[in-house]
Design a protein around this ligand. Sequence first.
Ligand code: ADP
Ligand code: ZN
Length: 616
Amino acid sequence: MINKKVILKKYFGYDEFRDGQGELIDSILSGKDTLGIMPTGAGKSICFQVPALMMQGITLVISPLISLMKDQVGALNQAGVHAAYLNSSLTYNQYRLALQYAKEGRYKIIYVAPERLTTEEFLEFAMEADVSMISIDEAHCVSQWGQDFRPSYLKILEFVEKLPVRPIISAFTATATKEVKEDIVRILRLQSPFVLTTGFDRSNLSFSVQAPKDKYEVVLQYISENKGKSGIIYCLTRKEVEEVCDRLNQEGYPVTRYHAGLSDAERRNNQDDFIYDRKLIMVATNAFGMGIDKSNVRFVIHYNMPKNIESYYQEAGRAGRDGEPAECILLYGGKDVVTNQFFIENNNDNEELDYHTLELVKERDRERLKKMTYYCFTNDCLRDYILRYFGEYGENYCGNCSNCLTQFEDIDVTAIAKQLIGCVQSCGQRFGMGVIVDTVRGSKAARLRQNRMVENDFYGSLAGKSAILVRQVLNHLLLKGYLELTNEEYAILKLTEKSAAVFHEEETVIMKLSKKREDTSKKAKSTKVTSSKRQLDVDIDTELFEVLRSLRLEIAREEKVPPYIVFSDKTLTGMCQIMPSSEEEMLTVSGVGNYKFAKYGERFLEAIKRYSSASN
Ligand code: ADP
Ligand code: ZN
């Protein structure tokens, strides 16, 4: 029998299952109903897609959102899996054709909107089809306790009961509260299910809360220090989305917007701009993001406090899906509470709800808002606060949130600045940021030897300083005009008229830096802290990364798919670390499966080869 790990590698390119995935898949394959509760980004899709590929018949995936289906089906087809979706975005003819193909057995996985299930046409197909499994994504939608109750989800049971043979049912959600869990099992009538809740912690995400006077300034500062990174800025109201987006646009940042007040066409267009990396920053209301599986989102800033922790964690969780470090920043203002209260009291969105249900929902919403507000005021570990909310108890220290780290401090970084400027000058202003940072840190990277930078006077002059710190200072110097970057494909660092003053220490450079608490208690040395530190310190050849990134963009344009569907940031990082020179080596990179290798492998190998010989 084919092994699940082989499937994982062949179609998805991954070597290892993540926490919980293996157990959930085994449970499904053993024929049991299965409920998986995992945080956003943990990898729920793999849990039903892998067994779907191993089972005899078809898997039907029930999913609430059209964009989510489109995205997942697109990714599956890219990976060489025959999949389709059936929802209201198809014209009638397209729908009939898709059903026809489904009947012919062309698809292994079919995504269906819940309201389609009990239509005559779909039933006619389903009664004849060999359905091995029904997989329910976002299963909390069946529960009134959940933050997103959808009465159409109640049709699932009706549908299942009509089938001649009951398939296995698997259900997945990111909502872990006890009430929701019980509702899912009860309402979907899961039969002695295997239930697994994986850890909700996403250790690659850092959390912070700020209550600034001027939120816009904070955003501006942040994105100016994080140029080239993709991120989402969530606002509570459409008006705020417009304002923030317009201002950033005027400042020349690559932003786009999304809210329910825009035309369908504009929304689709803007969403694609973001997904395809044509616009790096999305300013949006919470209407944006469900089903967006963009894996290289490096930050999520909440311009306003959202309505509850579920929403916050889900929205913030759209950062760092690739497992690389990412930041989640919440900007709190007293007005946010009032706006949210207004939304709750005037919530008449869900026309499917009767009066009593609606009152119940409001009451629960008020309670959730309170807990969200406490999050903004607690002095305890923010991560711990969230995990406790979802019923998980950990240590009250993560070392990677704004409460665990002390507030910003003004630090004199003149000494570091001096070394960087000196290094740029002494090498004749010929290199980009990666080489300079590596040189002053005394890295053993091969390209330094090739460029004879190991003989440079400043080689190793900042040995022992973290790459992050050195980079932060370097960015600060760029920002303040003490150095500048050229606009070429490989940006080169150049001196400015302000450089000399710093080099001769006539001018001091002060910078806001976060500093760890002095108190290094035992807790502070927990493995979590070291592992997130290690991730952050990964030193890669950023120039090669950029080369691979442009190749990825080129391929994405040719294939008309988002770049992250070709390969994730994490996979590109892996290529930079391993520098593969053969197919075997390439296949050891996480995210490179046989199917993708056949499609793109050679081009990436070629690019790496060209890059290494050029820097010789
Ligand atoms: P969820 O639905 O739980 O929010 P997804 O299923 O969208 O999460 O997965 C999030 C990301 O993690 C995707 O980019 C997916 O390809 C990646 N992923 C899932 N499983 C693995 C794995 N075993 N190894 C590496 N990456 C994985
Ligand atoms: Zn913390």
